[in-house]
Write a protein that binds this ligand. Sequence first.
Ligand SMILES: [Zn+2]
Ligand SMILES: [Zn+2]
Length: 560
Amino acid sequence: MEIPCPHCGGQTPWSLLQTLNQCRFCGSILSWPYPEGEPDYLVADSVVEQPEDLIDVLATYDAMRESSLRRGRLKSGDPDRPELLYDLGGGFANVDMYEMKRKRIHLFKVLKSFCLFVPYQMVTSMISFHVLGRVSGDHKRFQSMFFTAEDIVPGYPPDWNFRDRGLQVSKSTLRPLASNVSKGKFLATATVTGELEKLTRQYTNQRKILESEIQPICFHGSVFDVHRWWVYRPFYFVNASTPQGAQWFLVDGQFGTIAGTPSAAEVDKLTRGQWQKLDLHKIRSCNIKAIPFRCPNCGWDVTLRSGIYQLCDNCTRLLEPYEGGLKIVSYRTMPPDQFSWWPRSHRGPKVWLPFWRFQLSVNLDRKEYHDLSLLFKDLLPAAAKLFRPRQDYCIPAFDCWPVAKYDEWAFGFGARMSEETLLPSDAVLHENWAKKEEVLLPAISPKLIPDLFPRILPLFLPTTAHARLNMMVLNRLAQAVIQIHNLELIYSPCPLFESKGSEPKLHGPSGQIEWTPIRERKWPPILQRSVKRWKSLSDGMEKESIPKSRSKWLTSPFNR
Ligand SMILES: [Zn+2]
Ligand SMILES: [Zn+2]
């Protein structure tokens, strides 16, 4: 996305889901919060600017068709899917087609053309799966898996048809609509509720995406953390003289392709203006603001880091942006070197990892629990010996995706934190840290915890108890009403082992794990909407076993 800086007007590139940015011209820190209610309006650039561009699109298709015809390869088929009519064959050279196009392009002439901007909705979401299944044959376990998805769905009234298929979030440039309204005619938006429900169902019922890692016995999928944008895409209704006579075409201006051949009724509706236009007065501009980026505690100029949370390098306060600048997020720290599992001989550096810590009350069948071990004893009496009492819970505030046991390591770390008798102190990091120590910023918003926590309860069971779980127990757990109290952020030290010739490793209560993926937030995989791509993606995942070394999966096609 290219959006002008409100301070200097320079165009700054933004990616989806980015809410903080720095203007590359004036250096202002820019904030673009997700709007409440109606999404922001964007418009996609058109590759078609002049009548010659339309002629070029039509003549290219014509040349493809002609070349196929001469090879006897033209198929009969759906006139709305022109690309299916042509089989260019293995030995086909582009040169043939360009030669054909060069010879015939003078036979084309645009007689009429209407440009219409058509609304779509772009959606990003997180998909969570909570799965009870078997890993490599017989090992029964509970696992939570998370995926990110980006989609684009039609957002126009049902009496229109723009021949959408395999829509993808395009790489082409998007701009705010408010500053581009003079460009053309905009079709009114329609409700997308049905489309979004279809999308949600398609994801949450999708077993295939899980099967490369675990054979599900039962699973529950849900979509959360949904963000939406209206995106207007340019279309051209073109009447052109062609070697076959005058015809109407529907040209997709964003991609420069023929989308189909509109019917006389469709053309009639458009040319007679019998359609509802977007009320341009209702469009507010994207609310991007330049915000002061100074530490409210010590006045230090804060350097922008990716993500939401920021850190003052001077006084180590954790900071969160709001429309007026930065505010302090309080945290407490665990004392260094005090954990019972801490390697006594370790003299090397340490890093600081963020965790959300809280107490809870669980209501199930009119009984209230403050300790999950008591709840599990009631649900799984045969495994009662396995549960240890616990008053508070620590879950990782950093990304720890279910790949190569990163999630197990991180949740295990949190579990041991709440089992130790140590209490966090009010100290801020700089009272503890040596200058070279790194601080990992929180990536998990505390807002997600109340929604997610009920479903991940089984992760707090010892793995030996997973075998006793079944669908009935999971369904009962899902009915529990959970309240979270005293949510706070805790930083814990973690020893870092560096040695020449190998990846730096974090040491935790359950062993070691590579530091770089956690630090750089590089994780597979990503989903795409189109079923075809999804299928090839999940097929690909089966072939590519869960990557063991960082270098292998940093180059994985699933990374952004
Ligand atoms: Zn600027
Ligand atoms: Zn400061």
